[in-house]
Every structure is written in structure tokens, then in C-alpha cells.
Design a protein around this ligand. Structure first.
Ligand SMILES: Cc1cc2nc3c(=O)[nH]c(=O)nc-3n(C[C@H](O)[C@H](O)[C@H](O)COP(=O)(O)O)c2cc1C
Length: 480
């Protein structure tokens, strides 16, 4: 087995609705027929749009042309006449609908095979600063769970404003929303093309998210960014020890460094990266906001960038649930929009905490990082998290400081290690990877740092995996 596929986004099936399909381009036959079918990414994209005077339609056609997507025109059952659209008339149909929160104008027909699409571009004109209510009807008519929605609008002069984020509550929380984009009647095709290219959507399909690639030693996150599946944890590494450890790891081929504000070593991590000579863009840096930063998270993100000495952070996590964590997450969402952070996620959030947290946020976490080792396996939590298209990462993979000996000396693990000619530590790390869990063992010992990265030349059998799975004793080694 070269590649292990872990749980990917579940694409919920909806009943096929067959009346009045509005497709205007490619045949449905080219779209994939099930979530698991291996068809090119461009066949899983749909551009759905509403347009009365053709401006949004033009942009929709350019997007479809650029991405190879299918087009679907959301057609009102009762067409909007010029009088209906008269925005100078406070009693015109459009004006009244926009002022009526419960208005849901009917759509003529429906889109067949919606379940076949992973990515939906959603286009609409701005009406009174907002999205026309017919789009609300559309979103409430289908199950978009696990899909990515990318809104775009056209207008005379208004920006997209809150017209896109106001749509989020109409869909399942597992929808991944990309910040919307505004165009106008004079937008050139080239601008649309540049926007499409900036989205990297071809890398970004549900098909690949969460797949551990054991050749490249990486996993594709739901943010569209790629993350190494093994790296260095830097908890308790300070000053020169930290600089040297980071540099050793990178020189040995490691490309993921995990730090946190609370580790008091972000400066040293940044220095270690520079000292290693490995270009910054080849390194994946994770850091975390601590609870005492949550009420001024925007400022704290700037501080992290400054301490690390980088222009962007690859992954930023909230370190723990706590007061103002939603506010802090929203600040991270803004930083994603501003290009200061590539991916965001959480640490020490379990099922209960996630159930409460996820409905309050916009960008689905890319990663959740929790304590995971053979004595504390989180077998109930991991499938829940992976089932949402979130990558699971484990801290304390070797049990954590003061707890490693019982794990490394465990008879079952030692016997498996001996059978493969590897160390117990390597077996435990490999066991994590084969469960789809990213590992960040911490060490300041250069030999151990190298050893911890050298886990790609052997594979545990199903029987060996089962034996280690049997060691779970729900034994947590830290308080959170
Ligand atoms: C009822 C109504 C309200 C509108 N409100 C706004 C607005 O608030 N801001 C704006 O810039 N344009 C507004 N417009 C202009 C449209 O957003 C713009 O013409 C759009 O590009 C039309 O898209 P379409 O040709 O795809 O229908 C409004 C148009 C209508 C009909």
C-alpha cells in the first residue's frame, strides 16, 4: 500500500429531481456518478447563477469556460419584468421581496444530479446590497453538505458586502465557503480568469482532501494547501536548543514545524528555519493562539508573524476552547482572507466542543490537533473529525514527556519494532500515519529527530495495527 485513503468529505446523496433541468453546456454524462469515482476535478464543478439582464450570466459563462464546469441558470417560475425590478419603486416585486425575510420566490424546475458536484460557484446580482431571495430558495432546496461553495456577484457599484456570508446559515455547517467576489458589467474576462487561478480549485476537490500521500509525505487540507504528515513538535524547546532542533529537523528532510505562543519559542523557530538554509516556502509552520490572546486575536496574529519573521503562517490553531474562542477564530478567518494565514484549525477540541463551535464559524477547520498515542487513542473522536474532511493531528504521539518509557518499552510495540528492524518510536509514529493522523514528535536529540522522520520504508500489517489498537487504555497524559 503506497497510499492510504482516510475518510474524505461525505457527499450526501439527495433524491434525483428531474423536471426542467436548465443545463446550458456540458452533458451530465461527463459528471461523476458517485463520490468515490475517480474523474477529473473539472467535471465536478457547477456554476449556478441567477441573472435578469445578463451581467451575472456573462461572468458565469466565463467561469464555466475557465473551469470546464457545467452551468445551471436558476430561473424564476414567474420571470421578473422590468417593473418587478424597478428599484426606484418601493412597492416593486424585487424591493418587497428583499425587504421580506421569509420571501422565497419559486424556481422553475430543478437541477438534476446535484450530488455529483463537489464545488459550486454561485452567482447573483446585488439587490439592495444583498443577494436576491431566489438564491435563498435555491440553497434551501438541496443538501450541500461537505461541498465547497464559492459565491460571486455583479452590481453597479456595491461590493459583495455581507451578501455572501448571510447565506451561510441556509446551508449545513459542513459546507466550506470561500469568500465571495464581486464583478461588474465592465469586468474584463482576464480579471475573472485571474480570480479563478487564485482559487487553486483543481487542487481543491473533496476527492483528494484528507488523503495521506506516502510518496510525497503530505496530505491535502480542505483549505487547498498541502501539509507534511510528519514534523517536529517544539513544546519545551527554548532558545538555542530550539533553533538547533528546528534546523536539524529541516536538514534531515522534515518540513513541518509545530510551535505555539505558549511555547515561548516562536522567535527561535523562525531563526531555526533561517539557519537551516531551507527556503521558507518549503517549510510548513504551525503556531497557536493561546486563550489569553483570544480577546485581541488580530493583534496576536500580527505578533506571531513578527516573532516568526514570516509573511504568512501555514496553519494557525486555537490552543484550547475558552472565552472568546469564536471571536479569535473569526480573526483567523479574516487573516486567511488577508493572506496572512493559509489554513486554520483547532487544538484540544473534542466532539462535544466541536458540536458547539462549528455552527458559529465560517471556514471549516483544516486541522484538529489533540493528544493521541497508543494509550490514549481517541477512537471515537478521530472518525468524527475525519468524517468532516478535517485532518487529524496528534500531539504527544510518543506519550509525552515523562510518559514515553512505558510506551517505548511496551512488549507488543517492541516485538513489532523488532520484526521490522525499526525502533518502538518509529512503529508508534507509523501506526499514527496509517490511522490518518499527522505526527509531530518533539525532540532536541539530533539522532531522535532523524529517526522520527524515517518512517516511510516499512508498513505495519493489519494484524500489527490491530495489536496496537488493542493497547488503548484511555490514559490521558495532560489535562486538556
Ligand atoms: C432590484 C434591484 C436592486 C439593485 N440594487 C443594487 C445595489 O444595491 N447596489 C448596486 O450596486 N447595484 C444594484 N442593482 C444593480 C444590479 O446589481 C446590477 O445591475 C447587476 O449587475 C445585474 O445583474 P444581472 O444582469 O445578472 O441581472 C440593483 C438592481 C436591481 C434590479
Amino acid at each position: 500500500m503506497d497510499k492510504k485513503v482516510m475518510s474524505i468529505l461525505a457527499l450526501a446523496a439527495i433524491p434525483l429531481l428531474s423536471i426542467g433541468c436548465q443545463d446550458t453546456t456540458k452533458s451530465e454524462a461527463s459528471a461523476k456518478t458517485s463520490a468515490g469515482t475517480n474523474t477529473p476535478a473539472e467535471e465536478r464543478i457547477l456554476v449556478a447563477y441567477f441573472s435578469c439582464t445578463g451581467t451575472t450570466e456573462q461572468i458565469a459563462e466565463w467561469i464555466a469556460g475557465q473551469t470546464g464546469a457545467n452551468l445551471y441558470h436558476i430561473t424564476p417560475e414567474i420571470p421578473y419584468t422590468a417593473a418587478d425590478r424597478n428599484y426606484r419603486d418601493s412597492s416593486s416585486r424585487a424591493t418587497v421581496e428583499q425587504n421580506t425575510p421569509s420571501a422565497r420566490p419559486s424556481i422553475s424546475g430543478s437541477k438534476e444530479g446535484m450530488e455529483n458536484y463537489d464545488i459550486l460557484f454561485l452567482g447573483y446580482p446585488i439587490w439592495w446590497g444583498q443577494c436576491p431571495k431566489i438564491i435563498y430558495t435555491f440553497l434551501e432546496s438541496y443538501d450541500f453538505s461537505g461541498k465547497t461553495i464559492i459565491p460571486f456577484c455583479t452590481s453597479h457599484s456595491s461590493g459583495i458586502g455581507s451578501s455572501d456570508t448571510n447565506l451561510h446559515s441556509l446551508c449545513a455547517s459542513s459546507v466550506r465557503w470561500i469568500p465571495g467576489q464581486r464583478f461588474s458589467a465592465t469586468t474584463p474576462k482576464e480579471t475573472v480568469k485571474e480570480w479563478i487561478n487564485s482559487l487553486n480549485i483543481h487542487k481543491n476537490t473533496a476527492q483528494d482532501i484528507g488523503v495521506f500521500n506516502f510518496d510525497t509525505k503530505t496530505v491535502l487540507l480542505n483549505s487547498g494547501h498541502t501539509m507534511p504528515i510528519v514534523g517536529l513538535g517544539t513544546y519545551s524547546l527554548l532558545d538555542d536548543v530550539c533553533v538547533n532542533s528546528v534546523s536539524e529537523s529541516l536538514k534531515a528532510g522534515g518540513r513541518l514545524i509545530d510551535t505555539a505562543y505558549m511555547y515561548h519559542n516562536e522567535e527561535s523557530v523562525g531563526q531555526g528555519i533561517r539557519v537551516s538554509g531551507v527556503p521558507r516556502e518549503e517549510v510548513f509552520i504551525t503556531t497557536k493562539l493561546y486563550m489569553n490572546q483570544y480577546d485581541h486575536a488580530g493583534e496576536a496574529i500580527e505578533q506571531a508573524l513578527q516573532k516568526l519573521g514570516v509573511e504568512y503562517i501555514d496553519l494557525m490553531l486555537l490552543h484550547h476552547p475558552g472565552a472568546h474562542d469564536v471571536d479569535a477564530y473569526k480573526a483567523m478567518e479574516k487573516a486567511v482572507k488577508d493572506g496572512k494565514i493559509h489554513s486554520i484549525g483547532l487544538s484540544n477540541y473534542y466532539v462535544e466542543e466541536l458540536e458547539a463551535f462549528l455552527p458559529k464559524i465560517t471556514i471549516m477547520p483544516a486541522v484538529v490537533q489533540n493528544e493521541i498515542h497508543p494509550f490514549y487513542q481517541e477512537n471515537d473522536v478521530i472518525p468524527y473529525i475525519q468524517g468532516k474532511g478535517i485532518v487529524m493531528e496528534g500531539w504527544y504521539p510518543l506519550g509525552g514527556r515523562g510518559h514515553t518509557a512505558p510506551l517505548l518499552q511496551n512488549e507488543i510495540i517492541s516485538a513489532i519494532a523488532q520484526a521490522h528492524g525499526k525502533s518502538s518510536a518509529q512503529v508508534i509514529l507509523r501506526w499514527n500515519l496509517q490511522k490518518g493522523v499527522v505526527v509531530i514528535p518533539g525532540s532536541s536529540n539530533p539522532a531522535h529527530i532523524r529517526e522520527n522522520l524515517d518512517i516511510f520504508d516499512f508498513e505495519l500489517t493489519d494484524e500489527e495495527m490491530a495489536k496496537i489498537n488493542g493497547l488503548d487504555r484511555n490514559e490521558k497524559h495532560d489535562w486538556y
